[in-house]
Ligand binder design. Sequence first.
Ligand code: VAH
Length: 317
Amino acid sequence: MASKILIIGACGQIGTELTMALRAKRGNENVIACDIREGNKELMASGPFEIADATNYHQIEDLVIQYEIDEVYLMAAMLSATAEKFPMKGWALNMDSLFHVLNLAKEGKVNKVFWPSSIAVFGPTTPKHDTPQTTIMEPSTVYGISKQAGERWCEYYHKKYGVDVRSIRYPGLISYKTLPGGGTTDYAVEIYHEALKNGKYTSFLKEDTELPMMFMDDAIRATISLMDAPSDKVKIRSSYNLSALNFTPKTLAEAIQKHIPEFEISYDPDFRQAIADSWPSSIDDSRAREDWGWKHEFDLEKMTSGMLEGIKEVHHV
Ligand code: VAH
């Protein structure tokens, strides 16, 4: 019988596309989507949906029992910029939701867990270029601290209780189907929409701020590939470094100008500059490539044409 999947936070930037990809792969009725609010029309029309609060253990347990869930993808989180405004709410959401799912797995009610970490686990003392899988991690943001702590707990639950939990340190993710919410890398999504709508964009990060990034199609494929990998191939149970691209607002603007020559960018850094400055510029993801065969497919040009075409199609710009 097909595995039953629960996606918590199914209406977020990653959750929305992950839900549609898993429904296409596993069958709509086998993928239950839940979130604190309803999602877009396509998601709501494509399969089972429940309103649930990721920080409420009993609501999540009820769904796991009601739908006889085998696998949980916990995609609900408060991202870096918002968590700096609401530290205790960010910590509570990111940690309580993780403990609920890890404990359901520890009790045998769930067989496999996916939990998203982030390159935000690295901090200002981490080697900035080709950041290794194992290195100094002194995150200076609430979001990064919660992701670092979460990684430690994932590895603890695997080693101590045999929980099959798997995780990826996502870079900044870029998609056209859903807008991001409250991240420091959101400029790399907003810029495409503004380029098409207004022909100009003011970046909240400085022109030379290089960050690791990835097109959402690559991130979704990596997530499913990691979850489908045989357990003995998943040798890292904290979280895998994952990488595809790294670019600055300046080089991104130049890639857009190849399609929209009149596009203009200006810069007005805000509080998110300090967050970005604490993160790596590029990531070494050789362990993911060795252990479970990861490789990215989208370079900057392919992503840019995909984003511009996708925004025109979905948002009728
Ligand atoms: C953020 N998009 O900006 C997220 C991500 C690496 C950045 O974790 O907070």
